[in-house]
Design a protein around this ligand. Structure first.
Ligand SMILES: [Zn+2]
Ligand SMILES: [Zn+2]
Length: 264
């Protein structure tokens, strides 16, 4: 009886929530998460922003996912990966970090445009598919708890959750397992903006740790690390090293955007 009551209460809650969303949709017409212009459905881009986003869909470095201007053939690595291989097995990003993308990500990070998460989940799934393995653990780059408190949510955790959710609805399920709190940021690092590559590495050295209760679960597992933007890769590298040291079998990296500098 109790079980039925609980189920009924849950359904009722769902109905209330669904109708609340419907009411909100009527009161507030759906907005483009990048420019705020009106769109047909919640969580979709307007045609102008869609056209302005520079998706990475051509040939890439097989290790870090750096887009190449020309098709260099399959299984090719960029010069940086050849000289100084990253701590992850493979990395991919959905789009170039440009003006339209910046608005979209800042809106998601600071502007409460969390309704864009399901759209991002689908994008991440499509681009990240070559990296996915069965029963892979999906782990977001964590925020320090003070920053989490002021920002109220971790945008990378929302992306990770949206990806796991998308996998659940996909016919080719990988049974991805979301572990939003597996990593913890134990050092309150300054923001990486404006720092040189070397300073960024030093800034995040020793900043991450595996939460003790996950230490056993993590051993021998394949991990997919999620972040919103890859800049120099210093933060992702620090997280990967922490995960590998703790016994992860492999760590791959998937981000929504990536700063692409001219090749050298
Ligand atoms: Zn727009
Ligand atoms: Zn590379």
């Amino acid at each position: 009886m109790k079980l039925i009551e609980t189920a009924a209460a849950k359904t009722a809650g769902k109905i209330v929530r669904t109708s609340a969303t419907a009411v909100l949709d009527v009161l507030l017409p759906p907005r483009c998460p990048a420019c705020g212009g009106s769109v047909v459905s919640t969580g979709a881009l307007c045609a102008k922003c869609w056209a302005a986003i520079n998706f990475i869909d051509g040939p890439v470095c097989r290790t870090c996912g750096l887009p190449f201007d020309y098709d260099e053939g399959v299984d090719v690595q960029c010069g940086v990966c050849l000289r100084d291989p990253p701590a992850y097995v493979a990395g991919r990003s959905v789009m170039h970090y440009g003006d339209a993308c910046r608005d979209l990500i800042l809106g998601f990070k600071h502007g409460d445009h969390t309704d864009a998460a399901p759209m991002f989940g689908g994008w991440l799934y499509r681009v990240g598919k070559p990296l996915l393995k069965r029963d892979m653990m999906v782990v977001p780059v964590p925020l320090h708890r003070w920053r989490l408190f002021s920002r109220r949510y971790n945008q990378s955790a929302l992306l990770a959750q949206a990806l796991v959710q998308f996998d659940k609805q996909s016919p080719a399920r990988f049974s991805l397992i979301g572990k939003p709190d597996l990593l913890v940021r134990r050092k309150r690092t300054r923001t990486q903006g404006g720092l040189s590559a070397r300073a960024r590495r030093l800034n995040v050295r020793g900043a991450f740790a595996v939460r003790p209760r996950y230490r056993n679960q993590l051993r021998g597992r394949d991990i997919l690390l999620i972040d919103d933007v890859m800049t120099t890769g210093a933060t992702l590298d620090a997280c990967c090293k922490t995960l590998s040291k703790a016994g992860a079998a492999s760590v791959s990296v998937l981000t929504l955007a990536r700063v692409v500098r001219p090749a050298f």
